[in-house]
Design a protein around this ligand. Structure first.
Ligand code: TEU
Length: 551
């Protein structure tokens, strides 16, 4: 195992729009992040990843970039960015930014040029096709609803957009596009940023045949979109020309990727990307916007697959992000056992082999919002998909029921800082989005005061991870893959073995510890009454009990 700083750190994702509003316009900003750095430092965070902070018309909350070298005006100025970066470095923290280069905004200067005429110098910056016998160029679909092709009046041709029609896909076949991307990457790296999270990077290479998708493929187009034939070529070139020149981390959002490609992209000998985000755990039981039931053995299998790679791969571990529901609502019990299950998930995340990525609010156990109507959603995907839903004769009510589990907006409600109006997020009551009314019970201020809080549980676990290389690098072994309620695994390190036991259920279980060692030492548990030493190999586990033993 090749040790690296980014294998040993805990990363915290900030969605700036919802994090903290310092200037009182109702929208979070860069100054807001700066003001909360000490809070993150206290938690033990070493690296912060911020979702896009670039100039954008915000059709998709900044994932549609108009100017890569400018800061989104709602978030502040370039000076604010520089101050944030400097402050992070002063506090020995690192800052990674979002690189969104599969597509730009349709308001980006390149696209304005490109659409204007067929002989414009920027025409080939994007993917243009003519209609075929009066029909769309092919049947590819957009993730935000409808066709992936949009016609323009200027030339009558169609451009490709995997996401909204305000997010035209760049044409990576064009050398000038790739050089322009490398140029903007160097711009931010030369400022001193510590890495990139690369948005849908697996989609950059397009199959130049532009063949129709089969009916089966239309159910999950990401699988085809992630199979572009030149993905390896482009990533290796990007690595050679840019990434390799700096001591940074690259983490690719690997939506739709197959196992074989994943094994190549994140193999350190291949020199493509350092890390990837896979979606099988976070989207367990998911089928687009539908949430189906899942069973614990399925989840365990996914963790096992993820951890059991060879020494040339290093996984990421995360249970929520800005595109997915809150982990405690998704995997835990956000009602009677909210705190306990939030702590159980903390232990799960922070005792795995891989780099943990926490998402804002997770550290205080924030929950999903209860949406009572479709109009309450902000996310463009909700409205875009509604048309498809209605066309398939599915009722709005059914759609809403599932969105209350699956919507991206659950993670975008405002960060809950205090039991104060707007949850202490902003002085301004006209905030850009909703705050969960449970901020009176779930907020940072109360978490900090209470030594037994979810926050303090995370903090303790993060400090364990920092003190023990074994907790970071040791092998992972699932000791009981088939048990329907208990998740029990060990990490066998050079000096220490860690045993983790998690009761993933609302019921009590009398459990036989598979590897009982009388010299054990209980190092953390979310149940205050647990005795400090486990005397026998049978243990009574109450609902959502979680504990870690060391020997
Ligand atoms: O997400 C792409 C992606 O993988 C999906 O999770 C996406 O959220 C959608 O649900 C697919 O059905 C990335 C960003 O994380 C997301 O916020 C952006 O909207 C998207 O790319 C486009 O840039």
């Amino acid at each position: 195992m090749n040790p690296k700083w980014w294998k040993e750190q805990v990363v915290y994702q900030v969605y700036p729009r919802s994090f903290f509003d310092a200037d009182g316009d109702g929208i979070g900003d860069l100054k807001g992040i700066l003001l909360k750095l000490d809070y993150l430092k206290l938690l033990g965070i070493d690296t912060i990843w911020i979702s896009p902070h670039f100039d954008s018309p915000n059709d998709d909350n900044g994932y549609d970039i108009r100017d890569y070298k400018k800061v989104m005006k709602e978030f502040g100025t370039m000076k604010d960015f520089d101050s944030l970066l400097e402050a992070c470095h002063e506090k020995s923290m690192r800052l990674i930014i979002d690189l969104v280069v599969n597509h730009t905004s349709d308001e980006h200067a390149w696209f304005i040029e490109s659409r204007s005429s067929k002989d414009n110098a920027y025409r080939d910056f994007y993917i243009w096709k003519e209609e075929v016998n009066g029909n769309l160029p092919n049947n590819w679909t957009s993730f935000f609803g409808g066709s992936a092709w949009e016609k323009t009046t200027e030339t009558g041709a169609y451009y490709l957009h995997y996401f909204s029609k305000k997010q035209p896909d760049l044409n990576w076949e064009n050398d000038k596009v790739r050089e322009s991307v490398y140029d903007l990457m160097r711009y931010w790296l030369d400022k001193g940023v510590d890495g990139f999270r690369m948005d849908v990077i697996t989609f950059i290479s397009k199959d130049q045949g532009f063949l129709n998708l089969s009916n089966e493929e239309l159910k999950a187009p990401e699988k085809r979109y992630a199979k572009g034939p030149k993905l390896a070529t482009y990533l290796k070139e990007m690595n050679r020309k840019v990434l390799a020149e700096y001591d940074i981390v690259s983490v690719g959002e690997a939506f739709g990727i197959d196992k074989e490609t994943m094994m190549r992209v994140s193999d350190e000998r291949e020199q493509e990307l350092d890390l990837v985000f896979l979606f099988d755990i976070i989207r367990i039981g998911r089928d687009d916007w539908l949430q189906n039931d899942w069973a614990l053995p399925q989840l365990k299998k996914l963790f096992k697959n993820q951890s059991k790679t060879d020494r040339f791969h290093w996984p990421t571990v995360f249970l929520n992000n800005h595109d997915n529901p809150r982990s405690v609502s998704n995997f835990g019990n956000a009602k009677e056992y909210r705190e306990k299950s939030a702590k159980l998930l903390a232990l799960l995340t922070l005792s795995q082999r891989g780099t943990p990525f926490l998402y804002q609010g997770e550290e205080i156990g924030m929950t999903n919002f209860h949406f009572s109507s479709i109009d309450q959603f902000d996310d463009l995907q909700v409205k875009g998909t509604l048309l498809k839903v209605l066309k398939n004769n599915i009722s709005k009510e059914t759609y809403l029921t599932h969105l209350n589990y699956t919507s991206r907006d659950h993670s975008r409600t405002l960060m809950q800082w205090k039991n104060q109006p707007q949850g202490g997020f902003s002085e301004n009551k006209n905030t850009w989005f909703l705050v969960n009314p449970n901020f009176s019970d779930i907020n940072v201020e109360d978490n900090l005061k209470n030594s037994d809080s979810v926050f303090n549980f995370y903090k303790t676990l993060i400090s364990f991870r920092k003190k023990s290389k074994d907790l970071v690098y040791a092998d992972y072994e699932d000791l009981d893959p088939d048990h329907p309620q208990i998740f029990c695994y060990q990490r066998v390190g050079r000096k220490q073995t860690y045993l983790v036991i998690l009761n993933f259920s609302d019921t009590q279980v009398n459990y036989k510890i598979p590897v009982f060692n009388p010299k054990n030492h209980l190092i953390i548990s979310n149940n205050k009454n647990k005795i400090s030493c486990i005397k026998s190999n049978y243990i009574d586990l109450e609902p959502w009990d979680a504990l870690m033993i060391k020997f």
